[in-house]
Design a protein around this ligand. Structure first.
Ligand SMILES: [Cu+2]
Length: 409
């Protein structure tokens, strides 16, 4: 896995700052697959969406999640061969007053965008379905000292914050930590050290070094004093395994001593961001959703042997059984429905239950009497209550920000 390390980041940014003419690649200016794009606009930088932890938006030139352009230049944000799921390209924060902002794609798709950016400052993008995906563009005015972050930043929540505020600085540090796996917290170490490179930033006219946002924190991880009962299965969603291109494993923990017992690695099946698991009534099989993919994986709990790996729909997020009959329900987070399936070693689809337009159901739950299923709908600020006998549903608006509302039942 390519991760960005301190020197390359600094090098790439300084190179971009020093460059007077960033070459445009005509291949990346294909307007056929572009929405929100101006025909003929030639991008000066590209961010490709991938399945690589931390580098979900990746500059194909240096592998970083941040690109630097000049005012008036354009960025191309595109899907790539390196992702198996559909995404949205959506603004998370941008300089207050930026023209034609925020950018948002209503539904997940394979569509790319080419966007011209005039106002100097920091622009962060995310995906509404997988909201930990971050990529950034800095529009840097070459006549000012340091990399332009801006004076005031607008967040997708509607809040505006001064770029020199604590919250803005925390967001900046969070961006660098999230997009740099080598900076992620590792509890095997005594201390969590976030050492950021010495890159001059221009924040509200003041020059400060990115390294000023470095921090240290002790790692205190304590084993629970009380033993648990049975097993805990964890979706180790970003774990990279030798011989496997996509991230993710399933990890079994013995609750009696809180120790890892084993891992189901899904090497041949290419588990990809496994997100949620559920067992059948007899605990023989475990079903697992592959969130950055289209598949539901089934494996034997005792042996870890994979018995099935079937396509169910775009970005399946959660899976749960109906207690009485062990029927499976899989939320299709990249779509508008829940797939009903037979259980066992080799689940197969019975039907698709629509839960509402542009709903993007995420973490559903089924009542213990098996009568109802509730789906929190990530993109439509609502929950759907499905009567599982009649398979009819009632949509209840919940309010909140429909752009980024993620619900977990
Ligand atoms: Cu996504």
């Amino acid at each position: 896995m390519k991760t960005f390390k301190t020197p390359p980041i600094a090098g790439a940014i300084m190179m971009a700052l020093a460059s007077t003419a960033v070459s445009a690649n005509p291949d990346t200016a294909n307007v056929d697959d572009a929405i929100l794009s101006v025909p003929g606009l030639m991008p000066s930088a590209t961010l490709e969406m991938t399945d690589n932890p931390g580098l979900w938006f990746k500059d194909p030139i240096d592998g970083d999640a941040l690109v630097v352009i000049k005012p008036g230049q354009a960025v191309h944000i595109k899907m790539s061969e390196e992702t198996r799921s559909q995404h949205t390209i959506t603004s998370l924060l941008w300089p207050v007053g930026a023209k034609d902002f925020p950018v948002d794609q209503e539904k997940p798709s394979d569509a790319s965008i080419t966007k011209g950016l005039d106002k100097p400052g920091l622009y962060v993008f995310t995906c509404k379905v997988h909201p930990y995906m971050f990529g950034a563009v800095v529009v840097d005015d070459p006549d000012t000292k340091g990399l332009d972050i801006g004076s005031e930043l607008e967040l997708v929540t509607g809040v505006k914050v001064p770029a020199d505020s604590d919250i803005a600085k925390k967001l900046l540090r969070t961006f660098f930590v999230v997009t740099t796996p080598s900076l992620w917290r590792d509890y095997r170490e005594a201390e969590w050290k976030v050492n950021l490179p010495d890159i001059p930033l221009n924040i509200k006219g003041q020059t400060i070094s990115l390294s000023a946002l470095s921090m240290n924190m002790p790692n205190k991880l304590q084993t629970p004093k009380t033993p648990g009962v049975g097993e805990v299965w964890v979706n180790t969603q970003f774990e990279m395994i030798e011989g496997k291109k996509k991230p993710g494993t399933a990890t079994r923990i013995d609750a009696a001593n809180w120790k890892v017992v084993n891992k189901v690695k899904g090497v041949k099946e290419e588990m990809n961001h496994p997100h949620n698991m559920w067992p059948d009534n007899t605990y023989q099989h475990i079903y697992q959703t592959q969130w950055f993919d289209k598949r539901l994986l089934t494996f034997e709990r005792a042996s870890g042997k994979v018995t099935n790996n079937i396509e169910v729909g775009e970005s399946p997020s959660h899976v749960m059984t109906r207690p009485a009959d062990d029927i499976l329900y899989v939320a299709i987070n990249g779509g508008e429905h829940v797939v009903k399936m037979t259980g066992g070693a080799a689940p197969s689809a019975v039907k698709s239950i629509n839960v509402g337009p542009n709903s993007s159901p995420h973490g559903h739950f089924i009542t213990d009497d098996g009568k109802y299923m509730v789906t929190p709908n990530a993109l439509s600020s609502s929950v759907s209550v499905v009567d599982l006998d009649s398979e009819t549903n009632t949509i209840i608006p919940t309010g909140g920000d429909s752009d980024c509302g993620l619900g977990y039942a």
